[in-house]
Design a protein around this ligand. Structure first.
Ligand SMILES: CC(C)(COP(=O)(O)OP(=O)(O)OC[C@H]1O[C@@H](n2cnc3c(N)ncnc32)[C@H](O)[C@@H]1OP(=O)(O)O)[C@@H](O)C(=O)NCCC(=O)NCCS
Length: 163
């Protein structure tokens, strides 16, 4: 998805407001999730997002969204964001983030989402990491007990062995 930063999108310093960027990211990610699920989705969570570089008035913002994994009724979407100064062509990576969406039917009931089959090595890495990220966000959201987060625990045990 491409957007042009206009005056109404900026703060008094002429920088893109964080909330506007999160809104664009939400729309872009929701479209990817809906294409995968062939159903309406709602945003269940947004993982931590850091704003690494200010994006200036007049810059173009490029947002790329890809579904990394389908779980039961939810999907994880990864977002990569770049800002480009159009006259010079200079392009910098601005953000990365993960959003989670839940598919719902017309009555608002959650529904099963299609599986995602990773093909490339990169897709495989994102797919595997999705399970750990899911456990972490469910713990933080009060939806999972830390003791049940087997993938996360295994990761910490591995890193302790390596230390
Ligand atoms: C998201 C929502 C559908 C979850 O409903 P729920 O009854 O609490 O959820 P359940 O416990 O049945 O879980 C449903 C799915 O949501 C996922 N989920 C729930 N809370 C989550 C969270 N904080 N982070 C990530 N995923 C979450 C569950 O893991 C589950 O996915 P799975 O079936 O793939 O395992 C519900 O909370 C909702 O409608 N929220 C408002 C959504 C909205 O309006 N979004 C716009 C934001 S302003």
């Amino acid at each position: 998805m491409n957007e042009l930063v206009l005056p109404n999108d900026t703060n008094t310093f002429g920088n893109l407001m964080g909330g506007r960027l999160l809104y664009w990211m939400d729309i872009c990610a929701a479209m990817a999730a809906q294409k995968h699920c062939s159903h309406v989705v709602v945003t269940a969570s947004v993982d931590n997002v850091s704003f690494k570089h200010p994006i200036k008035l007049g810059d173009a913002v490029m947002i790329e969204a890809r579904v990394t994994r389908g779980f039961n009724t939810s999907v994880e979407v990864r977002l990569d964001v770049w800002a480009q100064d159009l006259p010079s062509g200079t392009k910098i990576k601005s953000n990365e983030a993960y959003y989670t969406f839940v598919a719902i039917d017309r009555d608002g009931n959650t529904i099963i989402v299609p599986e995602l089959v990773p093909e490339s090595k990169h897709e495989q890495l994102l797919y595997e990491g999705a399970l750990r990220r899911r456990q972490l966000r469910l713990i933080l959201g009060g939806k999972m007990q830390p003791d049940d987060a087997t993938e996360l625990k295994a990761l910490f045990m591995e890193s302790q062995k390596g230390a």
